[in-house]
Design a protein around this ligand. Structure first.
Ligand code: SF4
Length: 317
């Protein structure tokens, strides 16, 4: 059973020129011990979907409808106070830039101990032991002395490990990793992804990976959904997605991957629309080489193209 289920989420922003919708009927689920990827170009709505789960949306955002079920309970009905108990403790964010979560004025150890006090009620020797265990789990060497370091004394990869340690120390059931390796070099990127895979396998954690990088998805995740202009346009188990992608946008993304290029690397012509641009029908139609008349008028529903494989494209009608 899914530990978290986002159901038909519709969200938008109150702008000067009226309400502008940013997410359309977004649905996906996370399972224990699995890594699920939400993929798309920047501005497609993947981070907004993740921030909805944590109730960390900008003030101008409005959720029009939908549900976010965590262990069957709708988080959208939770107060800010109730969400504070869930955020960081049960559902933790691993951000693109770890410095957004670490305070440069306090040692990493002090920050980890504070998290343990707030979320686990642990203090003194018990908390310190747990902090050491958490650093060991994320393979930060010399945990005892490293806990006394300030964030600026850590490399980018070590800061990310420290953030992950804070989540593990609280026994977080869900990790939301928002482009967690974008700021890191390739070797460290692989180490952090290995660590996330080990956590999901050994601790049965559910992981939501937000990324624009399909190469990361292929190597690390179990299931994937592709977003375009605020909608999920394709969902599939990862192997099936890479072997038989269906939606023209997914195919274009895969053809733009260096490892799949063959002789020539394809690029996707044009840009995704902003939320201010109103596009009728399938929002990918101005960029789609298979565009038909119906695509300009109607929004395609999800069509089943495999047992667990769905694609929102009229080519499947
Ligand atoms: Fe292209 Fe039409 Fe499919 Fe949209 S619905 S991806 S425009 S073929």
């Amino acid at each position: 059973m899914a530990i978290l289920e986002v159901r038909d989420l519709n969200l938008g922003f109150n702008c000067e020129n009226g309400f502008k919708q940013a997410l359309y009927d977004v649905s996906f689920s996370l399972e224990r011990g699995k890594m699920f990827a939400l993929v798309g170009e920047s501005g497609c709505g993947k981070t907004m979907s993740a921030m909805s789960i944590l109730n960390l949306l900008p003030k101008t955002a409005v959720i029009k409808s939908g549900q976010i079920l965590y262990n069957g309970m709708d988080l959208l009905k939770y107060s800010n106070k109730e969400m504070q108990k869930i955020r960081g403790a049960k559902i933790a964010l691993i951000p693109q830039d770890p410095m957004t979560s670490l305070n440069p004025l306090y040692t990493v150890g002090d920050q980890l101990l504070e998290v343990l006090k707030t979320h686990q009620g642990l203090e003194g020797k018990e908390a310190y032991k747990k902090a050491i265990e958490a650093f060991d789990m994320v393979q930060i060497p010399c945990a005892d002395s490293r806990l006394k370091s300030y964030p600026h004394e850590f490399s980018g990869g070590m800061k990310q490990r420290a953030i992950i340690a804070m989540a593990l120390a609280c026994n977080a059931e869900i990790l939301i990793a928002d482009e967690p390796t974008t700021a890191l070099d390739v070797t460290i990127q692989a180490q952090i992804m290995n660590l996330l895979r080990e956590i999901k396998d050994n601790m049965n954690t559910a992981i939501l990976l937000i990324t624009h990088d399909l190469a990361l998805v292929g190597e690390n995740t179990d299931d994937v959904s592709v977003m375009y202009a605020g909608r999920i346009v394709e969902s599939a188990p990862v192997q099936e997605f890479f072997q038989t992608p269906n939606h023209p946008y997914s195919v274009a993304l895969l053809n733009a991957l260096p490892s799949n290029k063959g002789d020539k690397l394809e690029t996707i012509i044009g840009h995704p629309p902003t939320i201010q641009q109103e596009i009728s029908g399938c929002k990918f139609h101005p960029r789609c080489k298979f565009c038909m008349d119906i695509c300009k008028k109607d929004v395609p529903n999800m069509f089943a193209v495999g047992e667990k494989h769905f694609s929102a494209c009229f080519l499947n009608k």
